[in-house]
Design a protein around this ligand. Sequence first.
Ligand code: MG
Length: 277
Amino acid sequence: MRKLIVLIGIGTLATAGYVAAQSKQSKKGRTSPVGYSDTPMLPGQKWKVHDIERPRPPVVTPAPAGAPLPAPSDAIVLFDGKDLSKWQSSNKGKVGAPGWKVENGYVEVVGGSGDLVTRDKFGSGQYHIEWASPNPPDGTSQWRGNSGVLLMSRYEIQVLDSYNTPTYADGQAGAIYGQWPPHVNASRKPGEWQTFDIAFEAPRFEAGKLTKPGYATVFHNGVLVHHHQEIIGQMAHRIVRAYESHDAEEPFSLQDHDTPVRYRNIWMRRGRNYDGK
Ligand code: MG
């Protein structure tokens, strides 16, 4: 358990610090920059982290929101709208009972209660997540319905209200946060249910050294936004963060970024041979 706590603590450190730094602002109408020009270059790219000059992806109107997508027979259902029995919270490295609110078939982020973290560990596989940003919307840029899907509690697919509201390209909905913008902006309106379907290949480590990076293929509302994209390292704000060795499976998390984002119908299928293992 000690190891688990330490790893979760590392995985959420960057986010927790960011939220703590911002929490003195009023809860309503919070603002944040729409980009930066004083951040380091991203390795292998011609852009800086959260580059204010990086073009924002073109807008694509996805199909209208539909009913929850039923899980296939071999899926592990992580949240079915009823209870958080598969989850616990991680708040600044402290593990406890989940603090988020379950009602009407969804769970809503309770700001300051910590990330929602699975009790079991997961790695490579297919993940299905449904989420909705707050309606009416509030705040700007990174305060507008920010949460996140944290694969292995480390690699973030950004959850954000990116409907007709600007932020930096590598931080909008569907981005591999701080690394890769989505190919297109397939966002639905605030309050409407949106989907992420992710094929994730976990990174591999041997004797503490990275031997194969992680990869993600992501569909946002049924629209391809990443195709076998190599993940640069752990999620971080305003910096490039390298990989840090971890197990082949780690808890899966949803981010508490202090805005009341909702989630429903979360399931995953463990990876088979498509990642070569
Ligand atoms: Mg986020």
